[in-house]
Ligand binder design. Structure first.
Ligand code: FES
Length: 287
């Protein structure tokens, strides 16, 4: 007996933005990304433009204190600003005279570009904001925002070619992990006395989260375990294989750590601002 089978008809959804046959809550993920990244951008710009209250040491002048992560490292410090760090924390000294008067003298504005570009060009964030902000498409099997078909799809070969800078900014971003660990070390002291406060925990968690995010980077995975045809052919190959397994573990969780590190740095920064302005009290062993 012969059996006849007919392939199921392929049903295609209507054309148009958001049109789909999906019945799940596909809009939830791009919606949350839109909310989360917008909140981060607004907070980041707000914090960077404040130019004050980024340091807290409860008035103690000895070693130690909390530095808001959005202001670290301190390349220059403007003296006489409320909540500013002592001049000894400045890498290059006093605030430069060439700085335009119409821009707030904020140390944060000098250093935000590198970590900002690093995150902006991250492979995970690209996926997230292409979907959430440009809707191209907003989710799998969901209609995209209309675009100029004649221009064709160029992927990241046209305007977005600059995304390749990610592999360069990655090296600089790794430096921030060490800088933030130093800030965490500082946070274990106040007036030269060892102790622990809520700010210490937040400032210590910051480089840990950033490290878990950064070491899962696709560029790092390529750097430490790519470019090889055979892992078992040499000792270096086996080292690469081990590195690849560690980075691969983090890489699989890259999205998770991207968000945890993003939220953590924002909370830590805001916390230091709150204790610096005196709005909240820092619970600590220093009393
Ligand atoms: S791919 Fe996300 S940090 Fe490099």
């Amino acid at each position: 007996m012969t059996q006849t089978s007919s392939a199921p008809a392929i049903v295609i959804h209507e054309k148009g933005f958001g049109k789909t046959l999906r019945t799940d809550r596909w809009w939830l993920y791009p919606g949350l990304v839109l909310f989360g990244l917008t909140l981060f951008l607004i907070y980041g710009m707000w914090s960077a433009l404040q130019a004050d209250y980024y340091w807290y040491s409860a008035g103690e002048s000895g070693f130690g204190g909390y530095l808001a992560p959005f202001y670290s490292p301190l390349l220059f410090i403007k003296e006489g600003v409320a909540g500013a760090a002592p001049m000894s924390h400045s890498i290059f000294g006093a605030w430069p005279s060439w700085w335009p008067e119409w821009i707030p003298p904020s140390p944060s504005l000098l250093i935000l570009a590198v970590p900002g570009i690093f995150r902006f060009t991250c492979y995970y964030y690209r996926k997230a904001y292409y979907r959430a902000f440009t809707g191209t498409p907003p989710a799998c099997a969901v209609g995209a925002l209309p675009r100029n078909r004649k221009a064709g799809y160029k992927g990241e070969t046209g305007l977005m070619l600059f995304q390749n800078i990610h592999r360069i900014t990655m090296y600089f971003a790794l430096l921030y992990i060490f800088i933030f660990f130093y800030d965490a070390y500082l946070a274990f002291f106040r007036g030269g006395e060892f102790g622990v406060g809520v700010g210490t925990i937040l400032l210590l968690g910051n480089p840990i989260m950033l490290g878990l995010y950064s070491f899962g980077c696709h560029s790092i995975r390529h750097l430490v375990s790519g470019r090889r045809d055979c892992y078992s052919c040499s000792m270096l190959g086996e080292v690469s294989h081990t590195n690849g397994k560690i980075v691969g573990w983090l890489n699989k969780r890259h999205e998770l750590f991207a968000w945890l590190s993003l939220i953590w740095i924002m909370v830590a920064d805001y916390y230091v601002r709150l204790v610096s302005t005196g709005i909240i009290h820092d619970f600590s062993t220093w009393g």
